[in-house]
Design a protein around this ligand. Sequence first.
Ligand code: SAH
Length: 471
Amino acid sequence: MLLTIRTTHRPATDLGFLLHKNPARVQSFEQSFGQAHVFYPEASADACTAALLLDVDAVALVRGRRGPAGEGGTLAQYVNDRPYVASSFLSVAIASVFGSALAGRSKERPDLVTTPIPLRARIAVVPCRGGAEFLRRLFEPLGYAVTATSHPLDIANPTWGDSRYLTVELSGTKRLSELLTHLYVLVPVLDDEKHYWVGSDEVEKLLRHGEGWLGTHPERETIAMRYLCHQRSLVDEAISRLVVDEDPSIDEGAEMPGGAETQIEEPLKLNEQRLSTVVAALKAAGAKRVVDLGCGEGRLLRRLLDDRDFEEIIGMDVSHRALETASARLRLDRLAPMQRERIRLIHGSLLYRDSRLTGYDAATVVEVVEHLDPPRLAAFERVVFEFARPRVIILTTPNAEYNVRWPTLGAGTYRHKDHRFEWTRDQFQNWARALAVRFAYDVRFVPVGSDDPQVGPPTQMAVFTRTQTNV
Ligand code: SAH
């Protein structure tokens, strides 16, 4: 089984830094199913090709009983296509041999990781159930030019027609991590077979690797179906959670407290005022069980924990790092048992439907929406207002009009580098009113910080209250 990846991005040998594999050497890696070798058939400044060769040991697989469950002692155990074709073994090898590149990490070339570069992947043989047409339906919507060469079933008997084996070339201007992710997920989908038992972990894996592209892929049903080996309950779970796609870059980009935003806002102690206003609104609404969405490092959670009115508190964030900091700041490991039971931190994304978020009195979304890419707002809206659907939703966001009052903030810039937008009062209120109508909530607006007669308050807050309790 041979996969080659070629780039003409200059200097092309940077491919070695992206893959964390030196172009000057041949390297071999032990795998559960045999050996993986990495080498470079060409490596110049103009063009560089990395090759991943899998030497699948079919005999060892049978001996070690690592083959698919349910096989008897048949000849097919020993004589099959697995050593020669791209299959789920390739995905396993990509994850283990090119793990950093798959995750989009490179110490030496961090900028190149996020830069689309011209790439061409060639897989010597791919078993493709559904033929070249299915192959195109998988890769063309992702922006690849696809070339497929079919191979006859038997060259001595051309009338038998073509086999299900294709030689495949995919070209596109992509980030290397994207290309590897697409291969990782879609090669087993083409093959429609997996060498290991598929359980619910695979749903998480599919959603994680599908971030940013699977939610909008026209073949997402078939991809999930085949990736999850036709297990209907797993497929249903995966599909129901794909409201829209997720932005993986958020996890990396969103360090908040101590960052530029806090410094700009510092003189006003705006953050303290914001938290007090949110807590007051929660208390006025009689909320006892609260979920803080995009809780960050837990500043609001601290306030809630210190107030006995709040009986159950959940903090949710997409960033593992933020949750770890929150856990440390709240000293969760040192809380008395009764206190400890009141609070829970969960990892999740506001762009995926999540049953753990249903059934709370109130949700708070403090300084989070402006971190979402505008095309993803629609998913956020449904996740919070349609699926989680708490009685009260309290949402804050910067008021862009106020920025002129901050001497340190240049014209046309945002308060934080990770902000995707900042809204004027009109923009925010129009958005919030439309949401309220669409999802049957009432909405009122509360200024946070001093309400400037010309430009309004530095932070704007909307309090949504559900109008129909039975929907
Ligand atoms: N509410 C906190 C943090 C605000 S910063 C506070 O006021 O201090 C924005 C937070 O939103 C970050 O912690 C970021 O990780 C989180 N976030 C961004 N996109 C998210 C998503 N899709 N799902 C969940 N959290 C997200």
